[in-house]
Design a protein around this ligand. Structure first.
Ligand code: PMP
Length: 434
């Protein structure tokens, strides 16, 4: 997989990481706490980060395009978030009670996201989508949830199916009732509707990302999302938009209002926590009220949200500081979106017909074309591109150029990135020989 000369360069510069990762392997399964964080021969071990950079234990500095699972839209440790968090931490970082910080964050979210008539917080995106599914089942009294081939909504057992190509094998043992999760092809409305119609009677909801993130950084067409929404409305199923990656990434708010969509439930995470643990279930009042435990019988309601650290004041404060900053400085979006545009254009140019670069705004991903694939419109197209070449390319950037993309994953930009950084990344890409 990894070209020998890049491997030698990497091993030479990451000696302490190699030693520490051996210890990590003894202590943790695969040496990591999230499967995707492992890459061959071993991931470097980070000791600090600032702005656009990560620093490893051997003191190598990397310009970071992974940027905290794409959550750090203002870069690592931005002053505005750090100062707010420091103030909060001086007061306390865990109350375990209703708190002012949560109300302040929710006021911002509910104004920016029309579907957020009611909100519940959790501490990860995985939990948010798990509760969204439970709520959809509870509201409709039905069982089946449809997701996209290649859609990633975290590790919840309710949605851990058809994530990896060819989308037919179980993703994991230990999952029961997999037949209650069905999957449909992204951006192919005709095929998707055919499948949905076959399950219409028991279909509780459809969950979809407006830009397929883990599945290849692929924007949905407006026509596709509108068609799916229309079907759910007619069928009395719920339309769930997972904006955990896309929420507040391209504009202040979600993407869906710009597409004239009207989802029943919207899940948020990542950016709205300002780099601290968060997951958010937002929804229309009449739907979220199914989670109301004050006046409903057990059989009429659904448990949604909660957890020891839900709505902890540290996450709420970091989220508030981030959104408040973005609200007052919307130019952040035009800046990072146009840098993303620049990256896509230049990468397409230098790879001269060998790649297609997908994405939107400040998110982009390079796909090395092969086997007659000329366009990437869904997760199958992405999977049929040359993923070994992409891994090699990203590894070369890490080993030779001090540039970090999590190998095989899309890159995202933050306010800390400058045009100069993109130019460096482009010239480092130019001398990649696959
Ligand atoms: N939904 C989407 C669209 C995601 O990309 C992710 C994680 N990348 C999740 C849900 C799960 O979020 P978390 O990792 O915070 O559990």
């Amino acid at each position: 997989m990894v070209l020998t000369n890049y491997l030698l360069d990497y091993k030479k510069k990451t000696k302490k990481s190699a030693k520490m990762f051996k210890v990590s392997r003894k202590l943790h399964v695969n040496g990591v706490s999230h499967n995707i964080r492992f890459f061959e021969p071993y991931p470097f071990v980070v000791k600090s980060s600032k702005g656009k950079s990560l620093v490893d234990v051997d003191n190598n500095k990397y310009t970071d395009y992974w940027i905290g699972h794409w959550s750090l839209i203002l870069g690592h440790g931005p002053k505005v978030v750090k100062e707010s968090l420091q103030k909060q931490i001086n007061k306390s970082w865990m109350y375990g009670t209703v708190n002012k910080q949560t109300i302040e964050l929710s006021e911002l979210i509910s104004k920016a996201v029309p579907a957020a008539e009611k909100i519940r917080y959790v501490t990860s995106g995985t939990e948010a989508t798990m509760y969204a599914v439970r709520l959809a089942r509870s509201v409709t009294g039905r069982n089946i949830i449809a997701k996209i081939d290649g859609g990633w909504h975290g590790y919840t057992s309710d949605l851990l199916k058809s994530v990896n190509w060819p989308f037919t094998e179980s993703e994991s043992s230990g999952i029961i009732n997999e037949e209650k999760i069905i999957s449909i092809p992204y951006n192919n409305l005709e095929e998707s509707l055919k499948i949905l119609k076959m399950h219409a009677k028991d279909l509780a909801g459809v969950i979809v990302e407006p830009v397929l993130g883990g599945g290849g950084c692929i924007p949905a067409t407006n026509e596709y999302l509108k068609g799916i929404q229309e079907f759910t409305q007619k069928n009395n199923s719920l339309f769930i938009l997972d904006e955990i990656v896309t929420g507040f990434r391209f504009r202040y708010g979600c993407i869906y209002p710009t597409m004239k969509l009207d989802p029943d439930i919207v899940t948020l995470g990542k950016i709205v926590g300002g780099g601290m643990a968060i997951g958010t279930i937002c929804g229309k009042k009449e739907i979220m009220e199914h989670a109301d435990t004050t006046d409903k019988k057990k059989s009429e309601r659904s448990y949604v949200g909660g957890g020891t650290f839900s709505a902890n004041p540290a996450s709420m404060t970091a989220g508030f500081a981030t959104l408040n900053y973005l609200k007052s400085k919307k130019s952040t979006y035009s800046k990072i979106n146009s840098l993303g545009e620049f990256a896509r254009k230049e990468l397409t140019k230098i790879f001269d017909g060998k790649v297609t670069v997908t994405g939107r705004g400040s998110m982009f991903m390079t796909h090395f074309l092969k086997d007659g694939i000329t366009e990437v419109k869904n997760a199958s197209d992405a999977a049929l591109c040359d993923s070994n070449m992409l891994q090699k390319y990203h590894f070369k950037l890490i080993a030779k150029d001090g540039i970090f993309f999590l190998p095989g994953k899309l890159g995202a930009l933050s306010e800390a990135h400058k045009k100069e950084d993109i130019k460096k990344m482009i010239s480092a890409s130019e001398n990649f020989i696959g």
